[in-house]
Write a protein that binds this ligand. Structure first.
Ligand code: C5J
Length: 224
């Protein structure tokens, strides 16, 4: 299957490809969560949910593997080093009690994936203590065991957890494609810069494409 992508076409087989949705959690997307406590306008992120939902449905209908990640810490914060805990000047830090429970702590309401994109049976849900999806998660071994070689990416935020995960994936030998309208940043200029960086120099980190290009490929109306 071929997606019309940048900087050139992206070829993949559904059987060896996973869709990875990074951190589409209430803590980042809904008011009252971690994102807002850092002073961000979360409405920007909420806006990508409909396109992501459409694309997720098409991928599920095609029978593709779905991986959801959550940025999530243990209740005692033993997996959150001071270097992470003490950064920034948020009104609430990781572990503090906010309107949606303890910020970025496993099991809390704010730590869950937004309802519109909630995982279904058979999909992988990976809790990660870092920004990247491979650090301290065992995900690489899980994907290797399933024969996955290609990764389609959506999620938030583009320049933090999504870009870190794409770079980690690239170093581990995966071919990654970022779905441009299924990812967002609190800073539009950072999103644009990330897209440019990923596909620069002949796809040095990976490919990018709008989700309609993937949908066309799945419908069999893209090029093959
Ligand atoms: C951040 C993330 N931005 N999921 N996390 O802290 O990108």
């Amino acid at each position: 299957m071929r997606v019309e992508a940048n900087p050139f076409a992206y070829d993949f087989d559904i059987d060896t490809t996973a869709l990875v949705l990074i951190d589409m959690q209430r803590d980042f997307i809904e008011p009252g969560g971690f994102g807002e406590t850092l002073g961000n306008d979360v409405a920007l992120l909420e806006a990508i949910v409909p396109a992501t939902q459409t694309m997720l449905k098409a991928w599920r209908d095609a029978g593709g593997l779905v991986v959801h990640t959550r940025e999530a810490h243990e209740a005692d914060l033993s997996d959150c080093p001071p270097a992470k805990l003490n950064r920034g000047t948020p009104t609430h830090r990781i572990g503090d009690l906010g309107p949606m429970g303890r910020i970025l702590v496993k099991g809390e309401p704010g730590n869950q994936i937004v309802d519109a994109l909630a995982p279904v049976e058979g999909e992988l849900v990976i809790d990660k203590p870092g920004k990247g999806m491979f650090y301290a998660t065992g995900l690489h071994e899980i994907l290797q065991n399933r024969g996955i070689t290609h990764l389609l990416f959506g999620g938030v935020t583009t320049e933090v957890c999504v870009q870190t995960s794409m770079r980690e994936a690239n170093d581990r030998g995966y071919d990654g494609l970022l779905l441009e309208d299924c990812t967002e940043s609190y800073f539009p200029a950072f999103k644009a810069a990330t897209i440019d960086m990923i596909r620069a120099q002949g796809a040095i980190v990976g490919w990018t494409a709008p989700s309609h290009a993937l949908l066309a490929a799945l419908r069999g109306t893209g090029s093959d």
